[in-house]
Design a protein. Structure first.
Lengths: 331, 198
């Protein structure tokens, strides 16, 4: 008979298993520890270790694994009685977990009673990982395996009662009926030809009239010579600043507003991926914040569509209003 | 330590998907909460590491998952199946895509485990001394980035005040720590279906 000790060390928790190898395997390099006599679990900063027999180790392993899973999902479930009778784990705060061990007797056969420890998340994680390592180790308690299964729907705190689920549906059907009845009595609207817009003299007659809530459209630069000059200037400016070419994995497209001096006064992503990855382009650092002066508000701008291509190429084209832009990678 | 099934880096695409446990009775598509969870964990990784987006593609390549995550746009599309997103994709997330995101998350969480541990220890220290969270440079950096990514990408009605976003960011950090462990990917994968099976 060969006595074996296996230690699993993590920064805040050291788990030591003592046992014996089953006969017949004792001459291997690392014989399997198949009979556990005793285990000890020492947490950094806590004086006396947790210790116990195989039943307690198995219960601790299941409890800790189920608890860790519930921390990930937020769904708890009742534990099997052989686990719950020996171990309890409860979250005290975001970062503290209370571990309670009910030991009926220690290895010498003396009753030990109840032991409660408060573990921080990092300590708890080290316990989880030490036990996971024991389970993954085929030479230590070979039949001890981590078993994973999702908690049943009936324990989900997110689940609504059937009546609650039916309520929106019933409400929807009811309001549809009400709307249908109400609309039935409404006359069919007559289609009238559009009227001539009122002459714009009102503002001339009354200069103090309140402005319409919609902002006047920003005038656009239309001079073709200036446009091509701005386009070239913007291209050079962006190309020089675009350093993270390799990080663009697929085309990123933006609409740019450039003022007559060639300053980028604004940009807008044209699809979701471009919105998320604008930090891979130099646009944010290049665009200048326009001064909120009345003259700057109505400053004429040129609109361009800029594409940062995955192959490192840059393209700038005039932006056409109403053009539908689809992500280039769409099928 | 000897492992039963050491991860084999064979050249078959998707071979590692089989390392996740087979769970009976799963729905055909990934549940809503799972889609939110995976996207949030990846957001946490991006907040920890400036090269988050690139690191995810690199991880997908290392893990032979390129057939599922080919490029940035595809990654963005599958992450954007989270209903929290400002531009949510109205498409389901297949189980294989969810497996790929799980493996990428846990691979990166494992690589970042030292940082995650350090930040959680800092959090614990500040909490026990009743100090504000911005008292630790790296932790504050992580929290700021998490809040800013969250505000930029998620629907405005999901966005919370700083304090609640900080709590969410710490919760994500705790989850990433669990993901980075020996059985992290199996546990995360199983937890995605907690409360979703009979």
């Amino acid at each position: 008979m060969l006595t074996l000790t296996r230690t699993y060390s993590l920064p805040n928790c050291t788990l030591t298993l003592e046992g014996i190898a089953a006969s017949g395997n004792t001459n291997l390099d690392r014989p399997p520890l198949s009979i556990l006599t005793h285990f000890e679990c020492l947490f950094l900063g806590l004086e006396s270790p947790l210790s116990g027999n195989r039943e307690l180790l198995e219960a601790l392993n299941q409890a800790v694994s189920l608890y860790a899973q519930s921390l990930l999902s937020g769904v708890g479930r009742p534990w099997p009685s052989e686990v719950a009778d020996r171990v309890a784990l409860e979250r005290r705060s975001l970062d503290h977990h209370a571990l309670t061990i009910h030991q009926s007797e220690n290895s010498a056969g003396q009753p030990q009673g109840r032991r409660e420890l408060t573990l921080t998340t990092v300590q708890l994680f080290d316990l989880v990982d030490a036990l996971d390592q024991v389970c993954a180790d085929s030479q230590t308690l070979p039949e001890l395996r981590q078993q994973f299964s999702p908690a049943s729907r009936r324990y989900s705190p997110y689940r609504q009662a059937p009546t609650e689920r039916a309520a929106p549906l019933l409400f929807g059907v009811a309001s549809l009926t009400v709307a249908a009845v109400a609309l039935f009595f409404l006359p069919v609207p007559k289609i009238e030809p559009p009227q001539e817009p009122a002459p714009a003299q009102t503002s001339a007659v009354n200069p103090s009239a309140t402005p319409t809530p919609t902002a006047p459209p920003t005038p656009e630069i239309t001079d073709p010579q200036l446009l091509s000059q701005l386009r070239e200037q913007t291209y050079t400016q962006i190309d020089r600043a675009w350093r993270k070419k390799a990080s663009v994995e697929s085309d990123l497209t933006y609409r740019l507003s450039v003022n007559a001096n060639g300053l980028i006064v604004g940009y807008r992503p044209l699809d979701g991926a471009s919105a998320d990855y604008d930090s891979d382009t130099p646009l944010r650092s290049l665009s200048s914040v326009p001064t909120p002066s009345p003259s700057a508000a109505g400053e004429p701008t040129a609109q361009f569509k800029v594409t940062f291509k995955a192959d490192g190429q840059l393209s700038i084209e005039p932006y056409n209003e109403g053009e539908t832009i689809t992500p280039t990678a769409s099928p | 330590m000897q492992l039963d099934n050491p991860p084999e880096f064979v050249d078959t695409p998707g071979a590692l998907l089989k390392t996740l446990p087979d769970l009976p009775g799963l729905p055909a598509e990934c549940p809503r909460r799972a889609r939110i969870q995976l996207d949030l964990l990846l957001l946490g990784i991006e907040s920890l590491e400036r090269l988050g987006g690139e690191a995810m593609l690199y991880a997908a390549k290392e893990l032979q998952l390129q057939h599922l995550i080919q490029n940035r746009v595809v990654l963005w599309r599958i992450r954007s199946t989270s209903p929290y997103r400002r531009f949510p994709q109205r498409r389901p997330l297949s189980l294989d895509e969810a497996k790929a995101l799980t493996l990428v998350t846990c691979y990166l969480a494992r690589r970042l485990i030292g940082v995650v541990r350090e930040l959680l220890l800092a959090y614990q220290r500040l909490q026990s001394q009743n100090l504000p969270l911005d008292g630790h440079f790296q932790l504050n950096d992580y929290l700021e980035r998490f809040r800013s990514y969250f505000r930029k990408r998620m629907q405005p009605r999901r966005v919370l005040e700083d304090e609640k976003l900080n709590t969410l960011a710490i919760d994500v950090l705790i989850k990433l720590l669990l993901c980075g462990g020996t059985a992290g990917s199996a546990r995360l994968w199983t937890s995605l279906f907690d409360g979703e099976v009979e």
